[in-house]
Design a protein around this ligand. Structure first.
Ligand code: CA
Ligand code: CA
Ligand code: CA
Length: 652
C-alpha cells in the first residue's frame, strides 16, 4: 500500500471509530465539562424563535430581557461544534440545560413581565424536544426533520452524534422533582383557569392534606397543557412501555408552596410545589411509586440508548425523597445493562455548601445494608462557596482559602459528629470510580449564585478561580462564557441574581464564534485545560494542601498552595497569589513543607522545582527558594500579584 494512502485509510478508520459512542474510553475524571444554557449560547436558526401558535411576546429579538427566549438552539451548538470552537478550548463534555418540551410561559402577570421556559426546567412533555431548539433541516441540508416528536428527536440525536464525532460527550440536564405549571388550583371555584390570579398558580403550603381543586391547564400559546407522555410511545423505532403516571394528577403532591420551604430541611422542601412548578409525589409508600419511577427510568434510558447522551445532571435532588433516588438510580443502571451503566455518569444538584448534605445522596437510604452508590456524585457547592469567599469578595479584595482546604479534606474524610461513614460514598460505581473521584467542581452557574465575574471582580480573579477549578481532583465544570471572562455588570458579589444568563454569541455578532478563540483569556484557559489533561497528577486523585495564608504575618497574604500527585503520579505543586502584592509561601521562621498526601517528601535530594511556563506570564513571575532540613524539602515561593503557577519536580 502506498504510504500516503495508508495514512489516509488510518485517518478515516479512526474518524469512524471516534464517532461511535462506545469508543469513549476515557474515565470521567479526564473530562472537562462545559455547561451551556442552550437558549443563551448562539441563535443558529432564527426560524424557530417563535414556534407556530406561540405568544410572540415570549421571544426578545434584542436578547436583552433575561426572562424571555433569546433564540439559542441546537443549530447554534452544531455550528460551534463544526467550527472547532469546543475543540480549540479543549473541553470534552457539554452539559446542556433540559432540552425537553417546556411550558413556554409561567406568569400570572403576563402583561408586565413574561417569565418563560427558555431554561428548560419547566417540562410539559418529558419525551419531546422543545420546538425552540430544533430546525426544519439537518446542518448539511440532506435530511428534513418532520414537525413532530419524531423529527425533533432526530435533530437531537444528530446533535449528539455530531458532538461525538468531535470527541465530545453530552450530559443532559434532567428533572424528576417537578413538571412545569401543567395544572392550576381552582382557587375561586369557577371550573376555569384564571391565569391573571396568582392564587391559581401558587397556593400556600398545605401541611395536612392535598388540594382537591387541581385541574389540568390548557393554554396553547403558552404550551400549558397536561403533562406528556401519557401512555406507551414509539419514538425513532423504539417502543417505550409507559404507565402514563406523569399525566395522572394522583402522581402529584398538590400541596402548594411556602417561600421558606425551599431552604428548609423538615420535609416540606420535598413535598411542596417549587413555586408554580408541580411537584411529583415521590414518596416510596405512595400507590403510584413504582409506576412513576419506572416511567422516568424508561424515558431517561431512551435518551441514553437511542439518542446517545453520555450522562445526566440531575436537578433539585434534595426536593425528592431519598428512597426515590435509590430506586431510580438502581433501576436505571439495571435497565441499561452493565456495559452502558459503566459509561454513564449521574451527578446531582443539591444547593448546599455542607458536604454532609451533599454527600448523603451518594449513599442509598438503606445504607449500610446496601453499600453501592445512589447518585454517582454531586456538584461541589462546598468548593464553589469556598472559592468565592477566597477570590470573589469584590473590589479586588481577597479572603482566605481555608474553606477550600476544608472542601478538599471533605472528599476523603468523615464528619466529626460520630457518624461512621465518610461524607462521600467511597464504594466505587460501575466505572470503578467513587463519589469523591467524580465530584464536579465549579465556581459559577446559572442560578442565583450567578457568574463568578460580576461588578468589581477582575478578569485576573476570574482566571484564578477557573485555574483552581481545573487543578482540583474530580471533574472540572466551566460555565459558558467563562473562557472569555464574560462579565455580568448588572450584579455584584453579594447579590443573589440570575442576570448572568446572558446570550454569549450574540445574533448581531456571529463572528465571535470565530474570533473568541483568538482571545488571550480563551487561550490561557485552553492551555490550562491541556495541562490538566496531559499532566497525570492534575487529573489524578491525590491532593495535599501545603500553605494557606496565615494571620501571623503579611508575607504570605493571599497565598494558597497545594500538591497534586506524589504517590500516584509525578508531583505538581500549585501556588496562587490572590493579593495585589508579591507574596510567598513563607512567614518569618517558617517555609512551606513539600509533602504528598502521605506526608512523604515530594522531592528527593538532587531534585528541584521547575516552573511550567504559562501564556499568561509576563516575565519571571515566581521565584523559588528551596532549602533542605535534613531530608525534608521546604520552599519559599514568591509569586507576583494575582498570579497562578504550576511546578514540576525535575532532576538537577
Ligand atoms: Ca433560534
Ligand atoms: Ca378558577
Ligand atoms: Ca418534591
Amino acid at each position: 500500500m502506498n504510504f500516503y494512502l495508508y495514512l489516509f485509510t488510518v485517518f478515516i478508520l479512526s474518524l469512524q471509530t471516534s464517532c461511535a459512542k462506545q469508543d469513549f474510553e476515557r474515565p470521567w475524571n479526564k473530562d472537562v465539562i462545559y455547561f451551556v444554557m442552550t437558549d443563551r449560547f448562539f441563535d443558529g436558526d432564527p426560524s424557530n424563535n417563535r414556534p407556530e401558535g406561540s405568544d410572540p411576546l415570549l421571544y426578545d429579538p434584542a436578547q436583552a430581557h433575561i426572562d424571555r427566549y433569546h433564540g439559542g438552539d441546537f443549530r447554534g451548538l452544531e455550528l460551534a461544534l463544526e467550527s472547532g470552537y469546543f475543540n480549540a478550548l479543549g473541553v470534552t463534555t457539554i452539559w446542556i440545560t433540559p432540552p425537553v418540551r417546556n411550558v413556554w410561559n409561567s406568569s400570572f402577570d403576563l402583561h408586565d413581565a413574561p417569565k418563560t421556559g427558555y431554561h428548560g426546567y419547566w417540562a410539559q412533555d418529558f419525551l419531546d424536544i422543545d420546538p425552540h431548539l430544533v430546525s426544519k433541516r439537518s446542518l448539511d441540508g440532506h435530511v428534513n426533520y418532520p414537525d413532530s416528536r419524531e423529527g425533533r428527536m432526530q435533530h437531537y440525536k444528530d446533535l449528539v452524534e455530531r458532538a461525538h464525532s468531535k470527541g465530545i460527550k453530552i450530559v443532559q440536564d434532567i428533572v424528576c422533582n417537578h413538571a412545569g405549571p401543567v395544572f392550576y388550583y381552582d382557587a375561586n371555584g369557577n371550573d376555569a383557569f384564571d391565569h391573571q390570579l396568582k392564587s391559581e398558580w401558587i397556593q400556600p403550603y398545605n401541611d395536612s392534606s392535598r388540594y382537591g381543586n387541581a385541574a389540568w391547564t390548557d393554554i396553547p400559546k403558552w404550551n400549558l397543557a397536561r403533562t406528556e407522555p401519557g401512555s406507551t410511545q414509539t419514538v425513532l423505532g423504539q417502543r417505550l412501555p409507559l404507565n402514563g403516571s406523569l399525566a395522572q394528577l394522583s402522581s402529584y403532591g398538590r400541596k402548594g408552596m411556602s417561600p421558606g420551604s425551599l431552604g428548609a430541611s423538615n420535609g416540606e422542601e420535598v413535598l411542596c410545589d417549587f413555586f408554580s412548578l408541580r411537584d411529583f409525589n415521590t414518596a416510596p409508600d405512595s400507590p403510584h411509586f413504582d409506576a412513576l419511577v419506572d416511567d422516568f427510568v424508561e424515558i431517561y434510558a431512551f435518551y441514553i440508548e437511542t439518542i446517545g447522551v453520555d450522562g445526566f445532571r440531575i436537578d433539585t435532588v434534595k426536593h425528592v425523597h431519598h428512597g426515590f433516588w435509590d430506586a431510580f438510580t438502581h433501576r436505571l443502571r439495571e435497565r441499561l445493562g452493565a456495559e452502558q451503566a459503566e459509561k454513564l455518569i449521574l451527578f446531582g444538584e443539591v444547593y448546599d455548601g455542607n458536604p454532609a448534605a451533599l454527600g448523603q445522596y451518594t449513599y442509598r437510604s438503606d445504607w449500610p445494608e446496601e453499600q453501592g452508590p445512589a447518585i454517582d456524585s454531586l456538584l461541589n457547592f462546598q468548593f464553589c462557596y469556598a472559592v468565592r469567599s477566597y477570590l470573589r469578595t469584590g473590589n479586588d479584595s481577597f479572603g482566605t482559602a481555608h474553606g477550600i482546604e476544608n472542601a478538599i479534606r471533605a472528599l476523603g474524610s468523615r464528619p466529626q459528629d460520630g457518624r461512621e461513614r465518610p461524607y462521600y460514598n467511597q464504594t466505587a460505581g460501575p466505572d470503578g470510580l467513587n463519589a469523591s473521584e467524580k465530584i464536579v467542581n465549579f465556581v459559577e452557574n446559572h442560578d442565583g449564585i450567578n457568574r463568578f465575574r460580576v461588578r468589581g471582580v477582575s478578569q485576573a480573579r476570574h482566571f484564578l478561580a477557573n485555574a483552581l477549578t481545573l487543578a482540583m481532583p474530580g471533574i472540572p465544570c466551566l460555565y459558558y462564557g467563562s473562557e472569555t471572562a464574560l462579565q455580568d455588570e448588572l450584579a455584584g458579589p453579594n447579590e443573589d441574581a440570575e442576570t448572568g444568563r446572558m446570550t454569549y454569541i450574540r445574533a448581531d455578532n456571529p463572528q465571535a464564534l470565530e474570533e473568541n478563540p483568538q482571545d488571550e483569556h480563551f487561550q490561557a484557559m485552553a492551555e490550562l485545560i491541556r495541562l490538566r489533561q496531559t499532566l497525570p497528577a492534575l487529573h489524578g486523585f491525590e491532593i495535599q494542601p501545603l500553605w494557606v495564608d496565615s494571620p501571623a504575618a503579611e508575607t504570605d497574604d493571599g497565598i494558597f498552595a497545594f500538591a497534586r500527585g506524589g504517590r500516584d503520579a509525578a508531583p505538581v505543586v500549585v501556588v496562587m497569589n490572590a493579593s495585589d502584592k508579591k507574596a510567598s509561601t513563607s512567614i518569618p521562621g517558617h517555609r512551606m513543607q513539600l509533602i504528598d498526601s502521605s506526608g512523604a517528601p515530594l522531592l528527593q535530594p538532587g531534585e528541584r522545582l521547575e516552573r511550567v511556563p504559562l501564556l499568561r506570564d509576563e516575565g519571571d513571575t515566581a521565584s523559588v527558594e528551596l532549602v533542605w532540613e535534613g531530608d525534608q524539602p521546604k520552599a519559599s515561593i514568591k509569586a507576583n500579584p494575582e498570579s497562578f503557577h504550576l511546578f514540576r519536580v525535575i532532576k538537577e
